[in-house]
Design a protein. Structure first.
Length: 195
């Protein structure tokens, strides 16, 4: 699993464009290797394994900062990385640890992005009441939560929209999809004159 030296640095969230920052990349990895979690728990320093409350083992990687959930099936969920490269680097470090304790796992397991969480700032105040009535597909209950929930179909993501112009985008599977989603939302908001 080749990862550039540049991605080894723990950095601020990756800036994509239009004031978009990647906050969390969640990836799924299939090692194709059965895991004995009780054995891993004894060999991986600071591993957390409580099978009576959760079926997976939690292992945190310090550099790059990421958390992994390891399951007996050999599947691993990695979250907390600020980019896909950082997530892959965290997994490669975990695989190295597996090999050090004698586990035979492939060096380049099947890896896919499950979710990207990003934040963005439109730089203008937004009229959330107008957005609710004009866009549809919205949930807005200001007495319970100050943000509006909007589901975009293309690409399929969910936005939290705040009247300050700040956004949170979740559900994207690539950084390109995040950019496209923010651009599509921006166009829709301009069309209804909500910004």
């Amino acid at each position: 699993m080749a990862v550039s030296k540049k991605s080894e640095k723990a950095a601020k969230p990756a800036k994509v464009s239009h004031n978009i920052r990647i906050q969390n990349v969640v990836i799924s990895v299939d090692t194709g290797t059965r895991m004995l979690l009780d054995v891993l728990a004894r060999h991986l320093e600071n591993a957390e394994y409580e099978p009576e409350s959760f079926p997976g083992l939690v292992y945190r990687i310090k550099e790059p900062k990421a958390s992994t959930l390891i399951f007996t099936t050999g599947k691993i969920i990695c979250s907390g990385a600020k980019s896909f490269d950082e997530a892959k680097l965290a997994i490669s470090k975990l695989i190295k640890k597996f090999r050090e304790i004698g586990l035979k796992v492939p060096s380049d397991p099947k890896t896919e992005i499950v979710n990207i969480v990003a934040s963005a700032e439109l730089g203008v105040r937004l009229d959330l009441n107008k957005i609710v009535f004009e866009l549809g597909e919205c949930e807005y209950e200001p007495e319970q939560f100050p943000g509006l929930v909007y589901r975009l179909d293309s690409p399929k993501v969910v936005f939290l929209i705040f009247n300050s112009g700040k956004l949170v985008c979740t559900g994207a599977r690539s950084e390109k999809a995040v950019e496209l989603a923010v651009d599509n939302l921006r166009k829709k908001l301009k069309d209804i004159k909500a910004m």
